[in-house]
Design a protein around this ligand. Structure first.
Ligand SMILES: NC(=O)c1ccc[n+]([C@@H]2O[C@H](COP(=O)([O-])OP(=O)(O)OC[C@H]3O[C@@H](n4cnc5c(N)ncnc54)[C@H](OP(=O)(O)O)[C@@H]3O)[C@@H](O)[C@H]2O)c1
Length: 311
């Protein structure tokens, strides 16, 4: 698939009265996205594990945009109990949610387990976002023209196991950390697909994306887990933009009228995966496997129910 829409900032509508929630909105691509949405008058909630870091980021944004409407939700995506608490906090404060951006992530961190015994990348990048989206779904569906944007990665094609989601071994303890990253990002792609399939008929637009290679703090993970990465990092990031430029595809997916038009013209676009900027791109074979997406949805719900986090 090569359909694409040109990106132009005039394509970003005024977002007055629109509510957005973005995980990891205080740094990297998340901060740049928060700033761009706030500049267009959206009310933006930053879900962050560090209230202090988020407040610091808000102070920085307000120096440029004194009237920016930004609030903090405390949420550690590495602990599903904290995700539930954060979602409940948001729901106490808002009755509408137009844009949910599942952005926060870690890449290629050393193997470790969360309090729920889930591998840290799967839990942070995928399962926590599945829980968050599920808890916010009724509110999204009661809002006009809601969007869910999963910040995935083209790593879902290159790094995930060829077979796709490894239901018998979700923690992938005996695989490499790059495989675990790709696996978690494949789950982001399939989640966007399943959301669109289930709720597209109710007006929800849900997509996944690759932001491009962008210079951010994401490299902290591979620098720890993969000694050679320190040497090759300058090559990997050669010519890569910083977050202000690199967030363009996230913004496009979150608010562009262009995406709305694409979905209106072809419902099959809902649930798809975009590369910068606004380019509808093919996914891996696993990434377009609707049966796998559905099985992942069921696995995720069962897991969360077993953990007592979802009814
Ligand atoms: N940069 C790239 O080239 C690139 C390429 C492909 C995909 N992506 C994806 O883009 C997304 C954003 O990454 P980035 O490049 O902006 O990296 P980043 O600068 O490292 O930002 C990641 C964000 O995720 C947050 N986060 C990590 N663990 C968390 C947790 N347990 N609970 C709550 N928040 C947590 C971080 O918060 P803390 O400050 O608390 O750590 C930070 O705000 C990720 O999903 C990444 O996989 C990036």
């Amino acid at each position: 698939m090569t359909k694409s829409m040109p990106f132009n900032t005039s394509d970003i509508p005024d977002l007055n009265c629109r509510v957005a929630l973005i995980t990891g909105g205080h740094s990297g691509l998340g901060l740049a996205t928060t700033t761009a949405l706030a500049a267009k008058n959206a009310k933006v909630y930053i879900a962050s594990r560090s209230v202090a870091k988020a407040e610091e980021a808000i102070r920085g944004i307000r120096r440029r945009l004194p009237n920016a409407q930004i609030e903090v939700i405390e949420m550690d995506l590495g602990d599903l109990r904290s995700v539930k608490k954060g979602a409940e906090d948001f729901l106490r404060r808002e009755s509408k949610l137009h844009i949910l951006i599942n952005n926060a992530g870690i890449m290629c961190t050393p193997f470790s387990l969360t309090p729920q015994n889930r591998e840290i990348q799967l839990a942070t990048n995928y399962l926590s976002h599945f829980l968050l989206s599920s808890l916010l779904l009724p509110t999204l569906l009661s809002t006009s023209a809601p969007r869910v944007v999963n910040v995935a990665s083209d790593g879902h094609k290159k790094l995930a196991p060829k077979q796709g989601v490894m239901f018998e071994d979700m923690n992938l303890e005996n695989k490499g950390t790059w495989t675990r990253y790709g696996h978690s990002k494949l789950c982001n792609v399939l989640h966007a697909r399943a959301l669109a399939k289930r709720y597209g008929g109710e007006g929800l637009v849900s997509v996944s994306l690759h932001p491009g290679t962008v210079k951010t703090n994401l490299s902290a993970g591979p620098r720890k887990s993969t000694p050679i990465y320190k040497l090759i990092q300058p090559l990997v990031e050669w010519g890569a933009p910083g977050p202000e430029e690199g967030c363009a595809n996230i913004i496009w997916c979150a608010v562009s009228t262009g995406l709305g038009e694409l979905v209106k013209g072809d419902e099959g676009v809902n649930g798809c995966y975009f590369e910068p900027v606004g380019k509808l791109k093919g996914v891996s074979d696993a990434g377009k496997d609707d049966e796998m997406a559905e099985r992942l949805w069921e696995w995720s719900e069962e897991t969360l129910k077993r953990d007592g986090l979802f009814t």
